[in-house]
Design a protein around this ligand. Structure first.
Ligand SMILES: C[S@@+](CC[C@H](N)C(=O)[O-])C[C@H]1O[C@@H](n2cnc3c(N)ncnc32)[C@H](O)[C@@H]1O
Length: 282
């Protein structure tokens, strides 16, 4: 057999681990994608085949625990962008923030970027709020989490290509981004003012407790749920609501829905909800 082939049974074995650890659905349509990602890992390890990797992964010698982090890293899809679904950042600046400033329910606006991937969404939140801070006096704090240690490393580095940074306006770029001293590198880095505003952390949405010590005003949970089955989606969002202040906002992606899940959330805009315990939403 071709050493690069992932058999159906091997796919089922890896898929079961991925699904039980991350909640990510593993339908047969993902076999080709998983195969190509495993081929890369097999090459990195200098193994001869996916078969050898499978044998090693499921051996009794503890290789499974050691290798688990790599498997989970390669199982996640991390596509993201700066100012992705931009109307949400506009809504945050023009609707959520003014309402929060009127009531000031806490000294600091607490924001959670849940499933932050390589950091673009969290830094977009920081840029949006920093821009507002130029006009208004308030404090904010952004917690950004992901289960993949690989993407968290990139997020903390905060270095992006000019192409990736294209959706950021020239005004924000010149105020808050650093340009590489080597023009050939065509890279930018989030400036210290932006980086200081975001704390990155490792968090698995399947964990019993999220260990978030503050009550959150805003949660961005976008383009993550889409990978989970409906029961997992409901469980995760229900757990998140425990950390969201009553009246606080939850943003999900336009391709996602919470319709019919009976959650304490009231729809207030496109893919935008407010925590309202009286609204067991139909
Ligand atoms: C497609 S990215 C979305 C990034 C960003 N929120 C956006 O909308 O651009 C999905 C992220 O969810 C993370 N993820 C998947 N399953 C997870 C889990 N069980 N716990 C925490 N993060 C998870 C992945 O590692 C990935 O970085």
């Amino acid at each position: 057999m071709d050493p690069g082939t992932l058999t159906h049974q091997q796919f089922v074995d890896f898929g079961t681990v991925i699904n039980s650890r991350l909640g990510i659905k593993m339908p047969p349509s993902k076999q080709v994608m998983l195969q190509s990602r495993l081929q890369r890992r097999v090459r990195e390890l200098g193994l001869a085949s996916i078969h050898d990797y499978h044998t090693r992964f499921f051996s009794d010698e503890g290789a499974q625990e050691e290798e688990l982090e790599h498997l989970l890293n390669l199982a996640t899809t991390n596509k993201t962008d700066f100012f992705r679904e931009p109307d949400h950042f506009h809504y945050l600046a023009c609707r959520v923030l003014p309402a929060w400033l009127k009531d000031r329910p806490s000294p600091t606006l607490q924001v959670w970027c849940a499933g932050c991937s390589t950091g673009e969404e969290a830094y977009t939140l920081a840029l949006t709020l920093l821009e507002q801070q130029e006009r208004q006096d308030f404090q904010f704090d952004i917690l950004a989490t992901d289960v993949s240690t690989r993407v968290l490393h990139i997020a903390r580095e905060a270095i992006y290509t000019e192409e990736q940074a294209r959706p950021i306006t020239p005004a924000l770029k010149s105020r808050y981004l650093l340009r590489s001293t080597d023009p050939k590198a065509r890279q930018v880095r989030m400036g210290p003012e932006v980086r200081q505003r975001v704390r990155f952390g490792h968090l698995n949405f399947l964990a019993e407790s999220y260990g978030i010590p503050v009550t959150l005003d805003v949660i961005f949970f976008r383009n993550v749920m889409i990978y989970f089955d409906r029961d997992t989606q409901r469980e995760v969002v229900s757990r998140m609501c425990r950390h969201l202040r009553v009246g606080g906002h939850l943003f999900i992606a336009h391709a996602e829905t919470l319709q019919g899940m009976g959650l304490p959330l009231r729809s207030v805009g496109p893919s935008i909800y407010r925590h309202d315990p009286t609204a067991a939403q139909k």
